[in-house]
Design a protein around this ligand. Structure first.
Ligand code: ZN
Length: 261
């Protein structure tokens, strides 16, 4: 039998207990949800309560890919996007990022401008005056905009491309861009979460042909939002009390096309 000194014995014990701890963590993870440990994030992250510019897993998007400077996304989706951008270019398609990461605070400024009638909502110039009922007003904004804390743009995985307008994608060059994305984006990990609303996607935002999501990370974040977030945690912005009545998590966060799960 091999004789071990005290230090070696201690090291082996530490090793065994570490392996055991990892094993039980893996088992707990398997039992609760099928999420790779590398993709586990905090609730604050899911709700966009952080600054993308201060995280080293986020990068600044080069101006050549975007409509303006100063936008951020996560490194992995950015690499995937750049590969997709190059492939599209070969086929005569130019992809341009119009919006990428948005924090809770950025989303709050968009939401409140709409809520308080300072920004148009679907052609209506002041919905504060025209839609008095808070729940109805929130639902109107929710046709295209997320409540702060519930946007996929918080995650650094989602981007808006080329035009905020479904009509643009229905003819001419826009149609070519959309057809190219439908055919090729999945090969780079991107899916379209907000497809046409029908029996298979009855809830959530209206169709957005411009919004694409990096599924290898976003599917995991969606699952974590389903498991850990609930409608009572929405606060800190005007109209947040309507969240429970509307069912933000179930109808909007989870109201995405099956291709993005
Ligand atoms: Zn979007």
């Amino acid at each position: 039998m091999i004789k071990l000194d005290t230090l070696s014995r201690k090291l082996i014990l530490v090793l065994i207990s570490t392996v055991a701890a990892f094993h039980s963590l893996a088992q707990a993870t398997d039992a609760d949800f099928s999420i790779h440990p590398a993709t586990i994030v905090s609730d604050r992250f899911l709700m966009g309560k952080f600054s993308a510019s201060k995280r080293n897993d986020f990068v600044r998007i080069n101006k050549r890919y975007a409509s303006r400077t100063g936008m951020y996304m996560q490194k992995l989706p950015y690499d995937a996007f750049r590969a997709m951008h190059a492939a599209a270019k070969q086929d005569g398609i130019t992809l341009k990022i119009l919006s990428a990461s948005r924090s809770f605070y950025h989303q709050k400024s968009i939401w409140e401008a709409k809520w308080n009638g300072k920004r148009k909502v679907g052609g209506i110039s002041n919905i504060k005056r025209t839609i008095k009922d808070p729940t109805k007003r929130a639902r109107k904004i929710l046709e295209y905009s997320s409540m702060p804390g519930s946007s996929r743009h918080h995650w650094g995985t989602d981007i808006d491309l080329n035009a905020f307008n479904n009509r643009y994608f229905s003819k001419g060059q826009g149609k070519k861009v959309y057809s190219w994305l439908v055919r090729n984006a999945p090969r780079y990990g991107f899916c379209q979460p907000y497809t046409r609303k029908d029996a298979s996607r009855p809830n959530g935002y209206n169709e957005e042909k411009w919004h694409w999501s990096f599924k290898p990370l976003a599917a995991s974040y969606t699952k974590q939002a389903q498991l850990r977030l609930n409608d009572n945690i929405f606060n800190g912005f005007d109209g947040s009390k309507t969240a429970t009545r509307i069912g933000i998590i179930n109808r909007y966060v989870l109201g995405i096309h099956a291709n993005c799960y």
